[in-house]
Design a protein around this ligand. Structure first.
Ligand code: GMT
Length: 378
């Protein structure tokens, strides 16, 4: 199949999932065309089956806001015609599903029928999409998609609760390339980060308010009172500076290492002992799954789709949002006993296997096939 993938190219779960999906589909023989405003961060491999088409938005001083949807829908029309793309898979409803629908209508005028698969990722529904300023457009574009998927059962339920959805939403969980998380001892440089007696606690995110970054620092503060430990903070975003200030204020700055964005999180996770994800809401928690695949147990909040990934008492522990005390207590429980830590690590790795890329990607292929055959009948 010739598949167009639209996503956000930046660090963030939806872009990561879209990129990994495209790469895997190309390995399975499909022709993949990424269409977005810059090359996706995890897309280092362009080849005969993986293409990237940049959406340019010409600046014009009359516009206070440059019209990205317009540029994207025009680019989709051009790329579908030029590369004979058969199906468009858009990740994140805003504004991708909307732009794809406009492209579809324009293409229909020329006698071309290109079905749209929309994958909902979370913030496009729970945080941004349900805002009254966007809601009618988001509802419309979901209902006009030929197929709709969500990355967790919880997100499906949220979408049905927040919008008037007439379309069936199919749940296809996020996935992981388990091979990337196999330990490679030449790359796993634990000794650069901490001494042998220290536990390594890690957090990876885009440092937005929804991730409750101050909770990460406060949980770690309690942990380090009980046992020697370091905290690796991976990512960039508006909450980074306040987090650095909080670490300073608590007197633990030298134990908290800010590493910035990384394309090699497997090389950080391989030496991590525990992952913290205390988010206010999380449709899935891809970062937690990546941690688990590297054999890292997870201390998280019990919100959204996280309980579909992190299993209470098995791969880690889940607590109410904001319950720093409980999260810290559970973290220490896992970290203080080497044998217990090792059991949690094994459990985490084992549980991640059900989200293996080869289990999940065929589900998308199936949806493409069904959607294409339905659209041929119409
Ligand atoms: O978490 C973010 O802020 C990034 C966001 C995104 O759209 O890239 O992540 C969402 O999609 C990920 C991939 O499906 C999910 O794993 C995250 O849980 C989800 N984030 C939220 O729901 C807050």
């Amino acid at each position: 199949m010739r598949i167009g993938i639209v996503c956000y190219p930046t660090f963030g779960g939806s872009g990561v999932v879209a990129t990994e999906l495209g790469l895997e589909l190309s390995k399975r023989g499909h022709d993949i065309h990424f269409i977005t405003y810059s090359q996706p961060v995890r897309l280092d491999l362009l080849g005969s089956k993986v293409h990237f088409h940049e959406v340019n938005v010409p600046e014009y001083p009359l516009f206070l806001y440059q019209p990205y949807e317009l540029a994207l829908s025009s680019k989709l029309v051009d790329m579908v015609k030029l590369h004979k793309i058969e199906i468009l898979h858009v990740h994140y409803a805003i504004p991708h599903a909307y732009a794809a629908y406009m492209a579809k209508k324009m293409l229909q005028e020329e006698g071309l029928n290109v079905p749209i698969v929309t994958t909902l990722h979370g913030t496009d529904i729970t945080l941004v999409g349900s805002h009254p300023f966007y809601k009618p457009a988001v509802t419309f574009s979901i209902n006009k998609s030929d197929a709709v998927t969500s990355v967790s059962q919880s997100l499906k339920e949220d979408t049905e609760r927040l919008f008037k959805i007439k379309k069936e939403i199919q749940v296809i969980p996020n996935f992981i390339d388990l091979k990337k998380h196999e330990p490679n001892f030449t790359d796993c440089q634990r000794e650069l980060m901490a001494s042998e007696d220290e536990r390594i606690v890690t957090h990876i995110s885009n440092f937005r308010e929804v991730k409750r970054i101050p909770d990460v620092i406060r949980i770690f503060n309690e942990i380090q009172k009980k046992l020697p430990a370091k905290l690796m903070m991976v990512g960039e975003g508006p909450e980074r500076k306040p987090a650095e200030e909080l670490a300073e204020e608590l007197g633990i700055a030298e134990k908290v290492i800010f590493l910035g964005n990384s394309n090699e999180i497997d090389k950080i996770l391989c030496f991590s002992d525990l992952f913290l994800l205390p988010s206010r809401t999380e449709s899935f928690g891809l970062a937690a799954l990546e941690a688990m695949a590297s054999g890292v147990p997870v201390i998280s909040s019990n919100t959204g789709g996280i309980p579909e990934v992190n299993i209470e008492g098995v791969t880690g522990f889940l607590s109410d949002v904001g319950d720093v005390e409980a999260m810290a207590k559970n973290a220490v429980f896992i970290l203080e006993d080497t044998e217990r830590l090792s059991t949690f690590k094994n459990n985490a790795k084992e549980a991640s296997k059900k989200f293996g890329i080869s289990e999940i990607v065929p589900k998308y292929e199936q949806i493409y096939k069904e959607t294409l055959s339905k659209s041929l009948v119409l």
